[in-house]
Structure formats: C-alpha cells, structure tokens
Design a protein around this ligand. Structure first.
Ligand code: XIL
Length: 391
C-alpha cells in the first residue's frame, strides 16, 4: 500500500492530467478507508457519475473547493479528490497580496501559476481570490502604501495579476468583506487599510481596473454574514445591497455577488426569507450568485459523538443548499477546503473555540479524505434543485 502511495505521490505532477485510473488507485490506496476493503466497487460510490461534479453539472452548477497549494503538491489525496470531484477551484491563499507580493516591487507567482496549470490540465474553472481585502496584506504594506501612492499600488497590482491570468479566470473576487456595520459609518463600509488611504472610492477603482485587466472574468463582490435570519445579518444584507446598487448606478463593472456561506451547526437562527430576498434582489440587479466559501462550524454542538456531529453538519449543508439553490441566479457552490484535516476552522486561536480539543468536521471529506455525510448531502441537494419558487 505504502509503495503505491509513494509512487503516486512522486509521479504526481501538477500539470499532468490525472487519469481516472490514478484517481481510483489513489482513492483505494487510502489508509483507514471505509471503502478500501470493498475495493473498486466501493470507490465507485463516490466517483464518476456519483461525484460531486456529476451531480452539480447535471443542474448547470459548478462545484468547487478552496485549495492550499502546498497540500496540492504534497498530498496525492488532495490533488486526486480535487480533480475527481470538482470542476472549479480557488486558491485558499496563493492569490492574496501577502503571497503574491513579498516586496513592494516584487511579485511571486509560483503557487498561483501552479494552481492555474493544475486547473487547466483538469478542465476546471478558476475563481480568483482576491484583489482587495483588509487581511493578509504584506507586512510592508502599512509603512509603504500612502494616500499619495495607494491608487497606483492598487491598480498596478490588479493590472499585473489580472493580465497574467487573463482569459483563464471564471470570476475574480475583486473586493472581499468591505462591509462592517460596527465601524459606524452610515454606508456600512469597513475602515480597512484600503479605505483609510483611498476612501470609499477604492471599491470602484478596483472593479474598473479588474475589468480592464481581464474583460472576460466575472467581477464579484464577496462577503459574509448574509445567510441567517437575524438582526445582524439583516443589517449586513441591506448594506451590501446598498453598496452594490450604488456601484451599478455608477456603471461600475460588477457581475456577481459571492455569498461566503460560512455556516454553523446548532445555530439558533434559521436560514430562509432573509437569504432568499437578498438573492432575489441580487438577481434583479442582473448579478450572478456564487456560494464561495461554504463550510459548517460545528464547535457549538453539545455532543462529541462523531456520527451524530456528522449528521448535524450534513443537515446544515442540506438546509442551506436547499434554500440557496432555489434561487436560479446561483451558479456555483464552492467549499472552503476539501478535507477536515486542513480546515481553516481548526487553525484559529484555540481560546476562541468552545471545543479547542475537538477538531472540527466541517467539510465533505474527513481527515482521511473519506466522504462524510456532508458529501452525500451536497449531492442530494444538487439533485433536488428546484428553482420554481415552490419549495
Ligand atoms: C482564510 C484561509 O482559509 C486561512 O488559511 C488564512 O490564514 C486566512 O484566510 N474569508 C475569506 C477567506 O475570504 O480568504 C479566508 O481564508 C476565510 C474567511
């Protein structure tokens, strides 16, 4: 078994197309694999026509995942699962400023290029994430970018990165997480580093540069906190819609809204009318909708039993997707990661977690890249997609 895994791993070149055989072999070679004992018959339960991408494409949907480039290189299961299950991919961090810009005058494209090569060789769509965000800015940003040079830094960055991947990107998250009501502005804009140097105009500048850099990429505003029926999300939805209407009225090239979809098991709040109305408003503005960072935080669940937790997480996937996919403008579903082994939810400071010693099971594949209940909930939700407004 080990020899086979090693040969697969060393033989795996990111640009080389994985054959169906190599994917099956990798899936069967997994240690502790529930399906391994039952051989090829078991593996076919999640491959080919049973894969996430088969279920999704039958409904005209893309299904994707965020991936860490170091894992894509080093874990054969990561590359195999991505290639077998998804027809869209996004870099978890490789296209963020601090990864692309080690120094003000130097770009580092190695990881981002590898992602693009991998995606192209597996005929996957690529989401670009992101051009503007208040986090993961390089350390040099704070004492280098000023009110005087900020516009040039921003447009140069977008032109350089956008042009490099021109024609290869399905959609760019041009601006990420610009709304933060608690910063106290009537327009809800976050007082982000970009806001501090450019004012509210940074958003419009970024979208216009992105269109110029790559006229075919669909330009997306991406944000969180729009999923639940509660006051905080009501306020965030209203402010996001207000921002997008303002951009549209000013002829800013905005094509889509990304709903991050970081969800919660055991939430006291329902997912329903607020989300539906938000999506309908986005559609009426002519926007496409992508669910861009779906995962389920299960830190609040008051029981430890794995099977019980997996069922609770799958229920959230099912509920959320049933509501979200009832909206015809939704075109893509992207999970934030592939396997629980690497979910960002386990990386944060443990003092913020209710269950610091209980790794989260938030994604469709568990620690060993075995499908969880969430995997099947996703496939079933795609199959059941009903955009008639009757359920
Ligand atoms: C997260 C990554 O998953 C982490 O690895 C990284 O350290 C911090 O960023 N919203 C976003 C994503 O738009 O870019 C974030 O990704 C998760 C929240």
């Amino acid at each position: 078994m080990l020899a086979r895994r090693d040969s697969l791993s060393s033989g795996l070149k990111l640009g080389a197309r994985l054959t169906a055989g190599s994917v099956v072999e990798a899936l069967l070679g997994r240690e502790g694999h529930a399906l391994a004992g039952s051989s090829a018959k078991g593996a076919t339960a999640i491959l080919g026509r049973n894969s996430l991408k088969a279920h999704a494409s039958a409904q005209g949907l893309f299904v994707g995942a965020a991936v860490n480039l170091k894992l894509l290189r080093s874990e054969p299961n990561c590359a195999c699962t991505l290639a077998e299950q998804h027809n869209m991919v996004v870099a978890e961090s490789a296209m963020k400023w601090d990864h692309l810009r080690p120094a003000p005058d130097h770009f580092s494209f190695d990881e981002a290029d590898e992602l693009v090569v991998f995606a192209e060789s597996h005929k996957m769509e690529i989401r670009g994430h992101n051009f503007v965000w208040h986090e993961e800015l390089p350390a040099w940003f704070a004492n280098t970018v000023t009110k005087e040079n900020a516009r040039k830094f921003l447009t140069d960055h977008i032109m350089t990165v956008g042009r490099r991947y021109k024609g290869k990107i399905h959609s760019w998250d041009v601006v990420n997480e610009a709304i933060l009501p608690k910063d106290g502005r009537p327009d809800g804009l976050r007082k982000s580093p970009w806001f501090e140097v450019l004012g509210a105009d940074y958003i419009e500048i970024a979208f216009r540069a992105a269109r110029q850099a790559d006229p075919h990429a669909l330009l997306t505003y991406n944000d969180y906190g729009v999923e639940y029926d509660n006051e905080e999300n009501d306020q965030r939805r209203a402010l996001i819609l207000q921002l997008m209407r303002r951009l549209k009225a000013a002829n800013v090239p905005l094509d889509a809204v990304g709903i991050q979809s970081h969800s919660k098991a055991g939430s006291p709040y329902p997912i329903g009318k607020g989300l539906r109305d938000f999506m309908a408003s986005a559609r009426e503005m002519g926007l496409q909708i992508y669910l861009t960072e779906l995962d389920v935080n299960e830190d609040d669940l008051p029981f430890n039993d794995v099977a019980q937790r997996d069922r609770a997480v799958a229920d959230v996937y099912r509920d959320y997707l049933t509501t979200a996919l009832s909206e015809p403008a939704v075109k893509a579903v992207v999970t934030w990661g592939i396997s629980d082994r690497h979910t960002w939810l386990n990386n944060g400071p443990t003092h913020k977690r209710k269950q610091p010693n209980r790794p989260q099971r938030s994604l469709p594949f568990d620690d060993n890249y075995q499908p969880t209940d969430a995997f099947f909930a996703m496939g079933e939700s795609f199959d059941a997609r009903n955009t008639s407004g009757e359920g």
